[in-house]
Write a protein that binds this ligand. Sequence first.
Ligand SMILES: Nc1ncnc2c1ncn2[C@@H]1O[C@H](COP(=O)(O)OP(=O)(O)O)[C@@H](O)[C@H]1O
Ligand SMILES: [Mg+2]
Length: 359
Amino acid sequence: MERAANDAAGAPRHPPRDEWFSADALAQVFDASPSGMLLVSAEGLVRLANREAERLFGFAHGELRGRSVEELVPERFRGGHPAQRNGYFAAPAARAMGAGRDLYGLRRDGTEVPIEIGLNPIRAGDRTYVLAAVIDITQRKRSEDLLRGSLAEKETLLREIHHRVKNNMQVVSSLLNLQQGSIDDARYRALFEECQTRVQTMALIHEKLYAAGNLAALDAADYLRSLTHMLLRTYLPSGSPVRVDQAFAPLRLSLQTAIPVGLILHELLTNAIKHAFPSRKAGTLRVTLTAHGEGARLEVADDGAGLPPEFEVHASRGLGFRLIAALVRQLDGALHVQRGGGTCFAIDFVPAATADTTT
Ligand SMILES: Nc1ncnc2c1ncn2[C@@H]1O[C@H](COP(=O)(O)OP(=O)(O)O)[C@@H](O)[C@H]1O
Ligand SMILES: [Mg+2]
């Protein structure tokens, strides 16, 4: 009746302030808290425990009071606990317990429960207590473990995919190789051989990503070194008097950047080997990757024959230069050509960001 009268008047029903602050009301608040609460003395005795603390540690109502708090600590941590408790009371402050460590509580039935504990000093008269707020994190741990497991599974899958892509490319490369065997015309054979090494250029990236702990970012120096080695082995006649200098900065490239960079190097290097040093002429070839401004610069330089005087790189109808132009666009990069005493090609680009998944 009284309530109805209040509602009718539109006034919210609050008990007077001192009613909330009565010992009885505060005891109910303490007991109803969804966190476990333990009020512990400097000697390590549980003075108060709320319902959630009792539930969490498996005790019946009223059974926790008066026990040593060390009974709730798993045996392997128990020895160190009194010293930690004394340390706390020497400098009491509100803080998390065992920050960064995984904490476990010992239940009455001997099982363990993963928990998180917040500590707060409470002063009553001339004594100090510590109020430990204990949260059961079993559910959170379980979903963390599930997520971790699922992530590891995805990484395995991704690695497996790099492996399979590499194998499939190897098959394409073998097919091109087999086809070459049935071609009599050396010029057409050379076209097939170039396609074969283009495929290998890409396969090498997947091979490196598969082998490394990192599935998203490639060690550019390692890749370009291997790629250069593969191309020289394939195209530079053995005993060739051409000297090759190479230097690669320790950059990380995403798959997205590495593919065009690798293919560009393929075109520039095969061109230099084939066109700059015809008929076993001696000379020097320089292949470098350097940090350049915000990004990187890939350079292939030779001191060979030089481009034909009437030759216009941007107007070239050769497949090689059309590929290079498309790949440079894909990189959002810029191609520079320097003629005189040979030829120097430089590509400036800014590598796409890599998601680091080092495992
Ligand atoms: N490093 C170089 N030195 C001299 N000439 C080159 C060099 N690179 C390319 N060229 C010239 O540019 C032409 C076009 O190259 P490209 O488009 O790759 O076609 P391809 O290599 O199949 O001939 C070559 O045929 C060659 O005449
Ligand atoms: Mg070419």
